[in-house]
Design a binder for this molecule. Structure first.
Ligand code: ZN
Length: 403
């Protein structure tokens, strides 16, 4: 059967969690083209996904010796003259609160924090951001890109890739190495490694973020929103100067001493625990309501576009935000697989209506058009239209049309 985006034709669900083999492993966003020709998907071994294999391996990690590795690294970079000694990118969500405060309070570092703000802040997200800086006590650089470029690129990314969050991710991944260079900082800490959620397990044996995620040899083959820079200049009236902040560094501009590390390699990272930590330290507040498309209230709640992002992932890959959350909670022994299956059945793929018209108005996208465009992105091996309804062919609950 025909598949889009190089997705594996046979849909398979993990025996341990609820993830499927249609889960995209992360690649640098500038490699995304319409057909996802450079895409990778999560690896399965004997019916078990790499995310779960990683979780099993994590139980065997000697965290004491990992911490010793961290201390050696920190001592190498520590400055005692009041200057910043490391950079922590974040938005004041639970994970950046955890990373920045543990570095400051437990390990005596002096982090500078850097923020690529959401495309459309939620009130909760903005309050959490302010509390992070005021109660956590951090200096912060917030880099706000041109609203016009952001809006145009986001709109094109929906049209071309059905990917409303791409512009945000680009900034989030590329900004910190640029700011680090400008402030002469050689140490950047991200939180968790994406391998925790399904990148190749081998990626998790290293603390260092691969340079290919934030630098390129030249800008020739790069695409933004699925378009080359030349096309964006020619057809969308965007200038290179509008686009530069969304682009990775060119290798020769990169500080050769720069190291981008995952703190999650050195410190055991449990989402629920970083949530409690953030509540205690910076008065982090979950949203008082459930996030549409899932059952959680505290994961990634600062951008109104985020909910739409997860909805489009459900369209493209057949697995939504409840699948992500439930898979992670199974791996952390918070829920059983049966409970997870029920949560997926109840919430996965729910249309996030709360912010939908506001987001589409902001982007100047007609709602009917948006839904039609979504249908163009449904791969025939995942979806079938019956009686005017789109139905999944395969689900983790085994109640899909072809199960
Ligand atoms: Zn799994």
């Amino acid at each position: 059967m025909k598949t889009f985006y190089n997705l594996p034709e046979k849909v398979e669900f993990c025996k341990i969690c609820v993830n499927s083999n249609q889960y995209p492993a992360s690649i640098p966003e500038w490699k995304h083209d319409v057909n996802r020709t450079k895409a990778n998907y999560i690896n399965f071994t004997d019916g078990i996904c790499d995310g779960c294999i990683q979780a099993i391996k994590k139980k065997e990690i000697n965290w004491k010796s990992r911490e010793e590795e961290l201390l050696i690294l920190l001592d190498k970079h520590r400055k005692n003259n009041g200057d910043y000694d490391c950079l922590v990118p974040g938005s004041g969500g639970k994970d950046s609160v955890f990373a920045s405060i543990i570095l400051k309070e437990k390990y005596g570092m002096n982090p500078l924090t850097v923020t690529w703000p959401p495309i459309l802040y939620t009130d909760y997200g903005f309050q959490n951001f302010k509390n992070w800086l005021s109660l956590g006590g951090f200096d912060n650089i917030t880099y706000t890109p041109s609203g016009e470029a952001m809006r145009k690129l986001t709109k094109i990314a929906i049209e071309t890739l059905l990917h409303p969050f791409q512009t945000f991710i680009l900034g989030q991944k590329n900004l910190a190495p640029k700011i680090a260079r400008n402030f002469n900082l050689n140490l950047v800490f991200f939180g968790e490694n994406e391998a925790e959620y399904g990148n190749p397990v081998a990626d998790n044996y290293t603390a260092l973020r691969d340079k290919s995620f934030y630098s390129v040899s030249n800008l020739k083959n790069i695409t933004l929103a699925g378009k080359t820079i030349e096309e964006l200049e020619k057809n969308y009236k965007l200038k290179l100067s509008d686009l530069r902040i969304f682009l990775p560094l060119i290798e020769e501009e990169t500080n050769n001493n720069l190291q981008v590390h995952y703190l999650g390699y050195y410190i055991k990272w449990v989402p629920q625990e970083s949530y409690y930590y953030a509540v205690e330290k910076t008065n982090f507040k979950a949203r008082p309501f459930r996030t549409e498309g899932t059952y959680s209230k505290y994961n990634s709640i600062d951008d109104k576009i985020d909910d739409l992002h997860h909805y489009t992932r459900f369209i493209k890959f057949g697995i939504g935000r409840a699948t992500d959350d439930a898979a992670q909670e199974i791996r952390n022994n918070h829920i059983t697989r049966d409970e997870a299956c029920a949560l997926v059945k109840k919430f996965d793929g729910e249309l996030p209506v709360r912010y939908l018209s506001e987001v589409l108005d902001y982007l100047d996208v007609d709602e009917d058009y948006f839904h039609k465009r979504c249908d163009d992105f449904r791969s025939p091996h995942l979806w079938i239209k019956m009686n005017n309804n789109w139905l999944l062919r395969h689900t983790v609950n085994k109640d899909g049309v072809d199960d």
